[in-house]
Design a protein around this ligand. Structure first.
Ligand code: AMP
Ligand code: MG
Length: 382
């Protein structure tokens, strides 16, 4: 499957989940928490998710290397919607150095002393990073709306607390997100859409399993009394803040395995859209690398390959009396590099054999297209 086909499949997978900007959403009618794709089985999901995770990992290293764009993932859900599990599973393959997770709870006294977006702005991603908001600025039009006493605690001047406060917040949030997106920060918004019955079952599990007790409080169960108000607040939020620059995706959350596949797909689609690239190596850098290469080759101990990754030394490395002339670890690494070069060469059809340094050890062999930007082979969904 080519990259384009794969990107098209992901786009197709997430299309029904997208809230069309300008549309009016009414929950629970418009999005079924138990929805899944025909033909997709739970037993296939682990493989699919693994592939998605590998993709995210590859894209994240390119995002970090390019250091131009940042990604903000906002996760919203009612209690037991699966936010923590989604983060744990979906981001399990990425380099923790480039990912920051922030959870937002009841605001502190210091946070209440600032404008309502302040604490979220403090946790925005840097360029090259992915920031995940476990709950986000959207709590400001959800829990704060359902429980207006939260608004009283926010110490707003009287003239800022009128009836139009929610419409104003939607507008301010949209403008803030537009500003971020205009400046290279992509915003991915996921609403894990759980049914009331599935929440009841998950709460019971949290009570019945001692190791899950910590996740549950009686207040969570009491909050179910406000279920309909939350559905209304979510509906209005989705309708008002799904924008062309930061659309909402409603993830059917009753099946955890399906929710995780969908979440990975939406984040992958955002990264495919950015299409970050490893920076191109300049001719000057290339020359310097080749100089260093010569020096390193000259330092090879007796009997060791001068450069185990070069085409010339490959045979020597693997065929020395039927056993590798290097450690098993180095041989494994070498095989990974070879595999990468083989697939890379096929993809590029000789356009730039050789290529610039890749993510797996770096190939400094020179060649026709040395110094061109590196475009790795994307992983496959199947
Ligand atoms: P949890 O995510 O389960 O640890 O709970 C965090 C709690 O903080 C939830 O009950 C949220 O509703 C609450 N919370 C998050 N953001 C805000 C906010 N801006 N104002 C008031 N409560 C909030
Ligand atoms: Mg909770």
């Amino acid at each position: 499957m080519t990259d384009d086909v794969q990107a098209a499949r992901i786009a197709e997978l997430i299309k029904p989940l997208r809230v069309k900007p300008g549309s009016r959403v009414k929950l629970p009618d418009d999005f079924d928490p138990r929805y899944k794709y025909d033909g997709l089985k739970k037993k296939d999901s682990a493989r699919l998710l693994r592939t998605g995770i590998r993709m995210l990992s590859d894209y994240q290293s390119r995002l970090a290397a390019q250091d131009t764009y940042g990604v903000l993932v906002c996760l919203q859900a009612l209690d037991a919607g699966g936010k923590d599990g989604t983060i744990r599973h979906v981001m399990s393959g990425v380099n923790p150095q480039g990912v920051h997770v922030s959870s937002f709870k009841v605001p502190s006294a210091e946070e209440l002393d600032h404008d309502y977006l302040w604490r979220y702005a403090e946790r925005l991603p840097a360029r090259g990073d992915i920031a995940i908001f476990n709950r986000s600025h959207y709590e400001e039009v959800l829990v704060v709306r359902v429980h207006p006493e939260n608004l009283d605690r926010e110490k707003l001047p009287a003239e800022c607390k009128g009836k139009d406060v929610w419409e104003r917040r939607y507008r301010e949030i949209n403008n803030w997100e537009r500003y971020l997106s205009d400046n290279g920060f992509k915003i991915v918004k996921l609403f894990l859409n759980l049914s009331k019955e599935e929440q009841r079952v998950r709460f019971l599990k949290r009570i019945d399993l001692p190791e899950k007790n910590w996740k549950f409080s009686a207040a969570d169960a009491r909050e179910r009394e406000h279920w309909d108000e939350y559905q209304k607040a979510f509906s209005q939020m989705l309708s008002a803040t799904s924008t062309p620059w930061a659309p909402w995706y409603v993830i059917p959350a009753d099946r955890k395995w399906f929710a995780r596949v969908c979440a990975a797909a939406v984040i992958a689609a955002a990264l495919i859209d950015i299409d970050p690239q490893y920076p191109a190596t300049t001719k000057q850098t290339r020359r310097e690398l080749l100089e260093v290469k010569k020096e390193l080759e000259a330092q090879a101990p007796k009997g060791a390959a001068a450069d185990p990754f070069s085409e010339h030394d490959k045979r020597a490395l693997l065929l020395t009396r039927g056993r590798p002339a290097c450690s098993a670890r180095a041989a494994r690494r070498f095989r990974t590099v070879s595999r990468y070069h083989r697939s890379h060469a096929v993809r590029c059809r000789g356009r730039h054999r050789g290529g610039a340094a890749g993510p797996v050890g770096g190939h400094v062999g020179g060649g026709a297209g040395a110094g061109r930007p590196y475009r790795p082979v994307r992983n496959r969904l199947h």
